[in-house]
Ligand binder design. Structure first.
Ligand SMILES: NC(=O)c1ccc[n+]([C@@H]2O[C@H](COP(=O)([O-])OP(=O)(O)OC[C@H]3O[C@@H](n4cnc5c(N)ncnc54)[C@H](O)[C@@H]3O)[C@@H](O)[C@H]2O)c1
Length: 320
C-alpha cells in the first residue's frame, strides 16, 4: 500500500474548472439528499491568523483539509490561504493521498460561488464586479466564465497592484480597474476581502444584483452593509458556519439579523427543495463560508484522475 503525493504542479495538471464545477455541484446535491457527513469546521486561532480543520465524507471517500488564513502573508510573499488535504479510504481509513489543498480551495470556492450564481443571478447576467483582487478573484472569474457569457469584469482593490496583476494574469478577459461603487454596479458581485467592517453600501446595490459574499469566513469578518441582508434573498452554504463565521455572523451577534431570515441553503436550491431567483428585481446574496464536502469532492476527482493517468509519486507513509 502507498500514499499518493500530489503537489501543486500535479494539482495544476489534473484540475480544470468545468470538472470542479461538476463535482462541487454534485457534492451539494448529495449533501441535500442526506448522503454526506460533515461536522462544522473547527477553528484554531493564533496571533496573526487562524487554522481550520475541515473533515467530510461523501459516498466512497473521506478526508480532511487543514487550512490557514493569515491576511498579512502577501507582505511576506506567501499566500493568505494555504492548505493540505488528507484523502482516506473510508472503509479502512488508509491515507490514499496527500494533496496540496491551496489550489483546491481557490477552485472550489470559485465553483461554489458560480453555482450559487447559476441559481440566484439573473440569467442574462454578463458583468462581474470583483471587490478584492487577490487569489480568490482569479477562480471567481474562471468559474463564472464557464456558466455566464461575460462581457466585462469590473475590479476594485485597495491595492491597485493587485488589480494590475489580475488584469495581466487573465489577458483573455476584459477586466478594468474601477472604483468600489462601479464594481458593485455589476450584474454579479463577488466580495473577496478579509474585511472586518462593511465595505459595500446598500445604496450602491442595484435592483436585480446577485452578490457572492465570500470574504467573511470567520467570526468578526463582514463585507456587506447589514441593511443589504435585510432586503435580500440570503442563501448560505452551511447555516452553522454562516451564523458563526459567515457574512451574517456579525449582524446576528449585534441583533440586527436573525437565522430565521435566511431563505435557504445552496443544497436546497440544487436538489430543487427551494426555488432560486424568481424576480428579476430582487437582490440575492450567497453567504459562502467554504465547506469541507467541496474540498473532498475535488480531492476524489484528482485522486481518481491521478490513478488513471499514473506517473505520480507515492510513499509508504505508515509502513504497511
Ligand atoms: N468562503 C470561502 O470559501 C473562502 C475561501 C477562501 C478564502 N476566503 C476568504 O476570502 C478572503 C480573500 O482571500 P484571498 O485568498 O483572495 O486573500 P488575498 O490576500 O489573496 O486577497 C485579498 C485582497 O483583498 C484586498 N483588500 C483587503 N481589504 C480590502 C478592502 N477593504 N477593499 C478592497 N480590497 C481589499 C487586498 O488588497 C487583497 O488584494 C479572505 O478573507 C479569505 O479568508 C473565503
Amino acid at each position: 500500500m502507498s500514499t499518493l503525493l500530489l503537489d501543486i504542479n500535479a494539482v495544476n495538471n489534473l484540475m480544470n474548472m468545468p470538472d470542479v464545477i461538476n463535482v462541487v455541484e454534485e457534492a451539494f446535491r448529495m449533501w441535500g439528499e442526506g448522503k454526506a457527513n460533515m461536522p462544522a469546521k473547527a477553528y484554531l486561532l493564533v496571533e496573526h491568523g487562524d487554522f481550520r480543520a475541515m473533515p467530510a465524507a461523501l459516498p466512497g471517500c473521506a478526508g480532511m483539509k487543514w487550512v490557514n488564513t493569515h491576511p498579512q502573508n502577501p507582505s511576506r510573499n506567501l499566500p493568505t490561504v494555504m492548505a493540505i488535504m488528507i484523502y482516506n479510504d473510508p472503509e479502512t481509513g488508509y491515507p490514499r493521498a496527500i494533496i496540496d489543498g491551496t489550489r483546491i480551495t481557490a477552485y472550489r470556492t470559485g465553483a461554489a460561488a458560480a453555482i450559487a450564481s447559476k441559481y440566484l443571478a439573473r440569467r442574462d447576467s454578463h458583468t462581474i464586479g470583483i471587490v478584492g483582487a487577490g487569489c480568490q478573484a482569479y477562480t471567481q472569474i474562471l468559474a463564472h466564465a464557464e456558466l455566464f457569457a461575460l462581457s466585462s469584469i469590473n475590479a476594485f482593490d485597495i491595492s491597485k497592484a493587485a488589480v494590475d496583476r489580475l488584469i495581466s494574469s487573465l489577458p483573455e478577459f476584459s477586466i478594468r480597474n474601477c472604483s468600489v461603487q462601479e464594481a458593485v454596479a455589476s450584474d454579479i458581485v463577488c466580495t473577496l476581502t478579509p474585511s472586518r467592517n462593511p465595505i459595500i453600501k446598500k445604496e450602491w446595490v442595484i435592483a436585480g444584483t446577485h452578490i457572492n459574499a465570500v470574504g467573511a469566513d470567520a467570526a468578526g469578518k463582514e463585507e456587506l452593509d447589514p441593511s443589504i441582508l435585510k432586503e435580500a434573498i440570503v442563501v448560505v452554504d452551511d447555516l452553522r458556519q454562516a451564523s458563526t463565521g459567515g457574512e451574517i455572523n456579525v449582524p446576528i451577534k449585534e441583533g440586527i439579523y436573525t437565522i430565521d431570515e435566511v431563505y435557504g441553503t445552496l443544497s436546497e436550491l440544487v436538489v430543487g427543495k427551494k426555488k432560486g431567483r424568481t424576480d428579476n428585481k430582487a437582490i440575492s446574496v450567497f453567504d459562502s463560508t467554504g465547506i469541507a464536502i467541496e474540498d473532498i469532492a475535488v480531492a476524489k476527482l484528482l485522486f481518481e484522475k491521478a490513478q488513471q493517468m499514473g506517473g505520480y509519486p507515492s510513499i509508504d507513509l505508515i509502513g504497511t
